[in-house]
Design a protein around this ligand. Structure first.
Ligand code: PGA
Length: 249
């Protein structure tokens, strides 16, 4: 089993293009030779800058969303081809903030995952339960349902290309990280679900990240857990020193 740890930053709606430029120059120096794979997912307006400034570095660049149509009358949306043309390699799909504020559903998430794979962009597929769902003891069922619907229509070979990010909603941006055990048991159950549906090869080779208040202090312990293959990092990815620690955790 050789799942390389991925430290993925999710900038959300932060940094103008000029702020991004100076940040990325500093980050590129700082994460040179980092132990883990490094990815930054940035706002659309920063993608061109980010791709240019990371050329020849160990940093990959992702978008935070994309549409599932190829082109057409979808005002305000961005297509897979638009991302590909800029040299973008990853795209976050179905983040809980998009599901909550922009009405994304398991169905649209599925359509986006299929489109990303069709176009050769790696989706970082987000899933996770709310606090109420956790208290109602339906976390495993809920997350399994999200994953099964999101991956529907992909071949086993294609599922392996997807990066899954388990992000309990109650842990995002709250400073309330899931415990190592809480995070790992859901990631393990996602892997068990992949094993049931797609078999051992997919289960053993698909990367499953944890996200939700990952920081410089807790990343190493989280990433050392059996079924956690890295992190999707919001707040702490906006600070060069913290994200560098995470990139080496
Ligand atoms: P956070 O965000 O690290 O600020 O909790 C994580 C995410 O939403 O991806």
């Amino acid at each position: 089993m050789a799942r390389k740890i991925l430290a993925a930053g999710n900038w959300k709606m932060n940094k103008t293009a000029s702020e991004a430029a100076s940040f990325i120059k500093e980050l590129a120096e700082s994460v040179k030779g980092a132990k883990n794979e490094v990815l930054i997912c940035v706002p659309f307006t920063n993608l061109e800058t980010a791709v240019k400034l990371t050329e020849g570095t160990n940093i990959s660049v992702g978008a935070e969303n994309m549409d599932y149509h190829d082109s057409g009358a979808y005002t305000g949306e961005v297509s897979a081809d638009m991302l590909l043309d800029l040299g973008v390699k990853y795209v976050v799909i179905g983040h809980s903030e998009r599901r909550e504020y922009y009405n994304e559903t398991d169905k649209t998430v599925n359509a986006k995952v299929l489109k990303a794979i069709e176009k050769g962009i790696t989706p970082v597929l987000c899933c996770g339960e709310s606090l109420e769902q956790r208290e109602d003891n339906i976390t495993f069922e809920w997350v399994r349902m999200q994953i099964k619907i999101a991956l529907k229509g992909l071949s086993a070979e294609d599922v392996k290309k997807v990066v899954i990010a388990y992000e309990p909603i109650w842990a995002i941006g709250t400073g309330k990280t899931a415990t190592n055990e809480q995070a790992d048991e859901v990631c393990a159950d996602i892997r068990a679900c992949l094993r049931e549906v797609y078999g051992d090869d997919v289960a053993d080779n698909t990367r499953i990240l944890y996200g939700g208040s990952v920081n410089a202090g807790n990343a190493a312990e989280l990433f050392a857990m059996n079924d956690i293959d890295g992190g999707l990092v919001g707040g702490a990815s906006l600070k060069v020193a913290d994200f560098t620690t995470i990139a080496n955790a």
